[in-house]
Design a protein around this ligand. Structure first.
Ligand code: BGC
Length: 332
């Protein structure tokens, strides 16, 4: 079942909230602003728990710089020097971090109002990004479909078609907290990733692909996020997933809830940092400390600037298609 209600106003107009519900009492709210996941509520040990960070009003989404819950693109993660060359032509992109482009630039799709349509138990958001938008070539029609199944799986499907060759690659930027609040460092994480791409000081990949073995980034066997957190400094790393096609990517687990992630994308960014200053969030929450972990399915970051990374050019007229599923299993 899907219900719709107004969420408030943003400069581009009214923002609507769509809530997907299943028969287990799970409810996921998604917004037309940024095609954003605002709420993921499910019953755990007899009580409803909201397991993601977010805000109660459009203004906070409009002004935020953390991309909470947003659909991020045209291209998620960083593009070094905010430029790339495609078919012999150099494209200069608007930079929004240290001369690099982060998450699609200063006016990216995460901060726009999308159209929405309900189809059965799914909501499909769409938008048209014109040629030159955020510096990228091609008029591109983009859609994101959210569907909730009866096994507490939230399936996010991305589609796009461009009229010129271009680079493209979106992610969802939900900040998970399986405990509902407080630190996530007691959660265990397991990743189906034997290697990662080391970043430079500005978090741009150096171009190497390095085994995780013997580093704090070794999550091949499940371990608490807190175990090597200090050694790692924090987690903000791109892991290269093993295998092809739809595959297991991650398992995040608290004392009473499991989150399994599968994706067709090549990589996953694990982002688990510490907010030193409290940030006001939903329902009076103050987000502080290590209160979240993002698991962002993505292509190789900055792939256009590293000859050894898969290019994944989106060719004119060829449909783009990627799927990520987040499945929640409460423990008895
Ligand atoms: C990036 C972080 C960044 C955060 C918020 C994550 O996807 O990996 O470096 O701080 O998004 O923009």
């Amino acid at each position: 079942m899907v219900t719709k209600e107004p969420f408030g106003q943003c400069p581009a107009g009214t923002v609507y909230a769509y809530t997907l519900k299943n028969r287990n009492g799970m409810a996921v709210t998604v917004l037309t602003f940024g095609a954003t996941v605002q709420k993921i509520c499910l019953p755990v040990r007899g009580e409803m728990r909201d397991v993601c960070l977010g805000y109660d009003d459009p203004d906070s989404y409009y002004t935020q710089d953390g991309y909470l819950g947003a659909t991020v693109g045209r291209i998620c993660n960083r593009i070094g020097g905010a430029h790339f060359t495609l078919n012999g032509k150099e494209y200069r992109l608007p930079a929004n971090e240290n001369g690099n482009q982060l998450h699609g630039g200063p006016a990216a799709l995460s901060h726009r109002l999308w159209s929405a349509e309900v189809q059965d138990n799914a909501v499909i958001f769409s938008c048209l990004s014109p040629d030159g938008d955020d510096g990228y070539p091609g008029n591109i029609q983009v859609w994101v479909r959210y569907a909730l199944d009866e096994n507490n799986g939230l399936e996010i499907t991305y589609g796009a078609i461009s009229d010129q060759d271009t680079y493209f690659g979106m992610t969802n930027h939900t900040y998970f907290n399986l405990n509902g609040s407080g630190s996530v460092l007691d959660n265990t994480l397991q990743l189906d990733a034997d290697s990662y791409t080391p970043p430079d000081a500005q978090l741009i990949p150096t171009g190497e692909i390095v085994p995780v073995a013997g580093t704090p980034l070794d999550f091949r066997k499940s371990k608490p996020l807190g175990q090597d957190f200090e050694k790692a400094g924090l987690y903000d790393n791109n892991f290269v997933l093993n295998g092809d096609g739809m595959k297991k990517a991650a398992r995040l687990e608290s004392q009473d809830l499991i989150l399994d992630m599968e994706t067709t994308q090549r990589c996953v960014q694990v982002y688990c940092a510490c907010y030193d200053t409290p940030k006001p969030g939903k329902a009076g929450a103050q987000y502080q400390g290590t209160c979240f972990v993002c698991l962002e399915a993505q292509p190789f970051p900055d792939r256009m600037n590293h000859p050894n990374f898969p290019k994944d050019i989106l060719f004119a007229g060829t449909p783009y298609h990627q799927t990520t599923v987040y499945r929640f299993t409460p423990k008895p």
